[in-house]
Design a protein around this ligand. Structure first.
Ligand SMILES: Cc1ncc(COP(=O)(O)O)c(C=O)c1O
Length: 379
C-alpha cells in the first residue's frame, strides 16, 4: 500500500478518462441518460443513489481509513443517524462514552429514545464499567469518541475492540478530532469510523458533511442501502470540496498539532489557567494511550480558568485572532465556551461540561501571533 499522503492525493482520483482532467470532475447532475430502459452507464441512475463525485470521495475516505467501504452524508449527525437506525431496533441499547459530543448525545437521548433505543453513559477508561455496561443482551453498540469533544479524553481503541468483539457488539469510533492522518481506528479493531467531515477533513470551514467507513463489506452493504433509502446524502459540490481538502490533510494536521502543542505548554505555565487538556502533554491522564494509538496529538486544546465561568466567558470575548465561533478543524483558529455553546444540549445531563472550560481549535497561523492573542485575552 502506498503512503497516507499519496493516497490522500490519488486514491480513487485518477485523471478523468474523458478529458484527462487531473482533478476529478464535479458532476452536478441529478439524473443520468439511460441507453435503453435499464441501460445504465457505470451503474449511475439517480444522484441520491450514486453520484461519481460522491463515489470518488467515498473511495478516497475508505482508503485513508483502511476500510472496506466509505459512505458520505449531509452532516456528521446524518451519518450517525443512518448508522444507528441501521444497526439498532426498538429495545436495543447504546453504550456511550460519558463525554461524547453534545449533538451525538442529543440524537441518541432525545431523538432515538422515543423510538425505543436506550443508552447508558459510561467512562470508557473504566474497563470494568464498560464490561458491565455491555453485558445486557440488548446492547448493540459501544460509541467511543477519541479524543473526545471538548474534554480531550482518550480511550484505548484496541482494548475496547476486544470487549466489543467478546460481547458481540459493534465498536463505533468517532474519529473527527484525530482525522485518519493521526489515527486509524479500523486498524485497531473498531468496526465503524464516524466523521464530521465539516471539521479537519473539510478543513476550511466552508462545507458541512459526514462520513462512515466500515471494516466489514456486508455491514457496508446494509449501510449503503440505508444511505439511499433514508436519503441524507451530501451534494456533489460538498463532496468535491472535501476531496480537494483531503489532499492537504497531512500537512495541515502536522501544523495544527505543532501549534497546539506549543499553545498547550504555554497555557500550562499561565497563572490564570487551571487544568490544560491536551493529549500531547505528558501529564494528560491518557497520554500513554494517545502516544500508543495516535501519530500526533491534533489541534484541539481545552483549558479551565481559575476564575470560573465569568473568566472563561471574558477570555472568549476578548480573543480576537481566535474567532469566537462554534465548530473546529479549519485552518483559522477558533475559541468557544462549550457549556453555553456547542455542548448546551448536554446541560443537566450526565454529559454536562464544566462552565469554566474554554475550547480552542488551533489553526495553522503563525503560532507567535496566536500566543500573543491568548496573552492579551488572559491578561
Ligand atoms: C466529535 C463530533 N462528532 C460529530 C459531530 C457532528 O457533526 P456535524 O456538525 O457535521 O453534524 C461534531 C460536530 O461538532 C463533532 O464535534
Amino acid at each position: 500500500m502506498t503512503g497516507f499522503n499519496t493516497r490522500a492525493i490519488h486514491a480513487g482520483q485518477d485523471p478523468d478518462p474523458a478529458t484527462g482532467a487531473v482533478i476529478p470532475p464535479l458532476h452536478l447532475t441529478t439524473t443520468y441518460k439511460q441507453d435503453g430502459v435499464g441501460g445504465l452507464r457505470g451503474g449511475y441512475e439517480y444522484s441520491r443513489s450514486a453520484n461519481p463525485t460522491r463515489d470518488t470521495l467515498q473511495t478516497a475516505l475508505a482508503s485513508l481509513e483502511q476500510g472496506a467501504r466509505g459512505m458520505t452524508f449531509a452532516s456528521g449527525l446524518a451519518a450517525e443517524d443512518t448508522l444507528l437506525r441501521t444497526v439498532c431496533r426498538p429495545g436495543d441499547s447504546v453504550v456511550l462514552g460519558g463525554d461524547a459530543y453534545g449533538g451525538t448525545y442529543r440524537l441518541i437521548s432525545r431523538v432515538l429514545e422515543p423510538w425505543g433505543v436506550t443508552h447508558s453513559p459510561v467512562d470508557l477508561n473504566d474497563l470494568d464499567a464498560v464490561r458491565a455496561a455491555v453485558a445486557p443482551e440488548n446492547v448493540r453498540v459501544i460509541w467511543c469518541e477519541t479524543p473526545s469533544n471538548p474534554l480531550l479524553n482518550v480511550s484505548d481503541i484496541a482494548v475496547l475492540a476486544e470487549i466489543a468483539q467478546a460481547s458481540g457488539t459493534l465498536l463505533v469510533v468517532d474519529n473527527t478530532f484525530a482525522s485518519p492522518y493521526l489515527q486509524q481506528p479500523l486498524t485497531l479493531g473498531a468496526d465503524v469510523v464516524v466523521h464530521s467531515t465539516t471539521k479537519y477533513l473539510g478543513g476550511h470551514s466552508d462545507v458541512v458533511g459526514g462520513a462512515l467507513v466500515v471494516a466489514d463489506a456486508d455491514l457496508g452493504e446494509r449501510l449503503a442501502y440505508h444511505q439511499n433509502a433514508m436519503g441524507a446524502v451530501n451534494g456533489p459540490f460538498d463532496a468535491w470540496l472535501v476531496l480537494r481538502s483531503l489532499k492537504t490533510l497531512g500537512v495541515r494536521m502536522d501544523r495544527h498539532s505543532a501549534n497546539a502543542g506549543r499553545i498547550a505548554e504555554w497555557l500550562l505555565a499561565h497563572p490564570a489557567v487551571g487544568d490544560v487538556l491536551y493529549p500531547g502533554l505528558p501529564q494528560h491522564r491518557n497520554h500513554d494511550i494517545a502516544a500508543k494509538q495516535m501519530s500526533g496529538f491534533g489541534g484541539m486544546v481545552s483549558f479551565r480558568l481559575k476564575g470560573g465561568e465569568e473568566a472563561a466567558l471574558r477570555v472568549c470575548e476578548r480573543a480576537s485572532l481566535f474567532t469566537l465561533a462554534e465548530s473546529l478543524g479549519g485552518v483559522e483558529s477558533l475559541i468557544e465556551h462549550p457549556h453555553r455553546m456547542t455542548h448546551a444540549s448536554a446541560a443537566g445531563s450526565p454529559l454536562e461540561v464544566p462552565a469554566d472550560l474554554v475550547r480552542l481549535s488551533v489553526g495553522i497561523e503563525d503560532v507567535d501571533d496566536l500566543l500573543a492573542d491568548l496573552d492579551q485575552a488572559l491578561a
